[in-house]
Every structure is written in structure tokens, then in C-alpha cells.
Design a protein around this ligand. Sequence first.
Ligand SMILES: Cc1cc2nc3c(=O)[nH]c(=O)nc-3n(C[C@H](O)[C@H](O)[C@H](O)COP(=O)(O)OP(=O)(O)OC[C@H]3O[C@@H](n4cnc5c(N)ncnc54)[C@H](O)[C@@H]3O)c2cc1C
Length: 325
Amino acid sequence: MKAAAFGYHAPEGAAEAVSLLAGLGEDAKPIAGGQSLVPMLALRLAMPEHLVDLRRADDLRGVERRNGDLWIGAMTSQAAIEGSAAVARDVPLLARATPLIGHFQIRNRGTLGGSLSHGDAAAEYPAVALALGARFEVLSPRGRRTVAAADFFTGVYETDLAEDEILTGAAFPVRRDRSGFAVEEFARRRGDFAIAGAAVAVELDPGGRVARCGIGLFGLGSTPLRAAADTFDALGARPWAERAHRELRASGETRRSVAFGIDQLTPQELQVARLVAQGLSNREIGERLFLSPRTIGSHLYRIYPKAGVGSRTELATVIVGSDPD
Ligand SMILES: Cc1cc2nc3c(=O)[nH]c(=O)nc-3n(C[C@H](O)[C@H](O)[C@H](O)COP(=O)(O)OP(=O)(O)OC[C@H]3O[C@@H](n4cnc5c(N)ncnc54)[C@H](O)[C@@H]3O)c2cc1C
């Protein structure tokens, strides 16, 4: 299948990008390295009317010390992070996690900001950001704001970003003395998304006690924090589990992640799936349900794995097969 037609815009900087996004409205989407978005366009999971390409925005690229942290621009490629001496020295966990992302061809184009904004619960970078307590910089026509990693990932492929906001960069705390880091993952083949993984950052106080321990799990739940809570529950690690649940409640999450099957869809997801089965486009479904085409795309991104399908045609088959009449 080919992507639906879209308008293409290539702003020269971050400010121009957000003003374009605001002007074009909910039918516009930023594109960074395209390693996640282009497959979504090809499968018509996303059908934006306009793409705002961030590639020419040099102010979104770079690795530098800012206010004691290591700031990395959103458009910095994963390959540049992998090759950066500053990242290896100051944020070793990020340096160690990067080679685990896909293959070098993907890392050549894929970006830090794209990976964080995509919010894939199986991706390495969100888990690393959570383990390290990174802070994200967000820009919109209303100005700049900062969001803690723990508040940014709100669900499967869902983040705290509004439609007219872009991620401009992330500030990672620079490693301190007496700290240690590890990232481990299990994948079927080298370069595949991890089936499960963990990123851990530990810092000791002068007395040798643990002063801070950050854990980000990936591939294990709807968000890295959700995954941590579920794992601590399973391990019976009560103090950690309670803390993770407290943080989840504070971030507004109340629903637990679900198993596979059409019966696992929420009523609204089922409604969307039925309209897909009738052959309607994201725009037409959005018009019926008073939702933006982008929201329908996000619903579909959740519906496919829940229903165990990989295309609109397969979804239609499953829906028709499950309908009693
Ligand atoms: C075969 C294959 C294997 C892969 N394996 C892995 C893996 O093991 N681990 C892993 O983590 N990833 C993996 N990926 C995904 C890859 O890391 C992507 O690079 C990454 O998820 C998205 O980055 P991108 O720059 O390509 O973003 P894009 O695909 O361009 O964009 C992704 C999403 O983020 C939004 N977006 C992008 N930049 C911004 C921004 N600055 N502000 C706001 N929104 C933005 C876009 O609108 C889109 O919704 C794999 C991809 C492929 C094709």
C-alpha cells in the first residue's frame, strides 16, 4: 500500500515549524527521521494532510552542556549520539542503549526526538530517559515548557505533546561519581525491537548507600512506568511497587494494560474498528465521531496490536468474523 497524498513543508527552524503546525491545524504532523512515521504512512495508520519536515531545523540538532546537564537536540540522529564522546563520557547509559536500536541504517536517520515523541513502550530511549530522570523541552506558539520524563509518556504511543507542540530537545543529568548504569534487553534477532528490556541508573551516597535508583523497563507495559509497576508487583517488591503506583496515579493513569483480542477493545476503539471495516478513511471516521484524523490514527495504532492484525483489511476480516449479525 502507498501513503495517501500529503502537502510537504520544510521549515528552516523550530519557531517556523511550530507556527506552520499551528496554522495547518490538526491535519499536520511533524516528521523527523521517518523511521516510524513512514511505515505508518505506508500502512495508512496515519494519514496526515500535511507533513512538516524538521530536517532543515539546525537549531534542533546538537549535543552540548546546558545548566549542568547534557542537552541533546531532538533532531540529533541516533548515529550522532552513538558516536558522541560527550554522550559516552557524561551520559553513559544513553551511549550504551543506542547501539541496541534497530540497525545502523535506522540509527543514521532515526532521531532522539522522534523516538521520544513516538512513545513506543518497546523503545530504548523512553526507558533510558525515565531511568535517568531526563527533562524534555517542548515548544509551541505559546512558548517553551519543560516536562519531566516521568510525566511525558502517557500511554501506548501517547505522550504529553499537544498537536501544535514539538519536542526541541532533552536535558540528561550528567553522570556523577559513585554511579553505575546498565541496560539489558532480550530480542529475537539482533536489530529487532526488544521483547523486554531494562535500563538502570544507580547512584551511591558517600556512605555507600543507594541515594538514587532509576529503572526504566521497555516492552513490558503500556508505558515504561506502567511496566515498572507491573514488574515490581510480580516480584513482590512492595516499597518500589507502591512508589511506582503512586507515580502512575499522579500522572493520571488508572487503567491497567490489556491482553490481545477484539474483545479487549474499548467501546470507542470498537466503534473505530467497525467503521474501518466499512471501508471509511481516517478523515471520514473522524467526521462521524467528531475526532481528528490524527486521533483516529492513534486509535488504530493501539487497535492493531490489541486485535492482533497488521492492516485495515485484516482488521475488517476480524471485525466481520466477530460480529454476531
Ligand atoms: C526495522 C526497524 C527497527 C527498529 N528498531 C528499533 C529498536 O530496536 N528500538 C527503537 O527504539 N526504535 C526502533 N526503531 C524505530 C526507530 O528508532 C525510529 O527512529 C524512532 O522510533 C523514530 O524516530 P524518527 O526520527 O525516525 O521519527 P519519525 O518516524 O519521523 O517520527 C515518529 C513520530 O514522532 C513524531 N515526531 C518526530 N519528531 C518530533 C518532534 N521533534 N516533536 C514532536 N513530534 C515529533 C512524528 O510526528 C511521528 O509521530 C526501528 C525502526 C525500524 C524501521
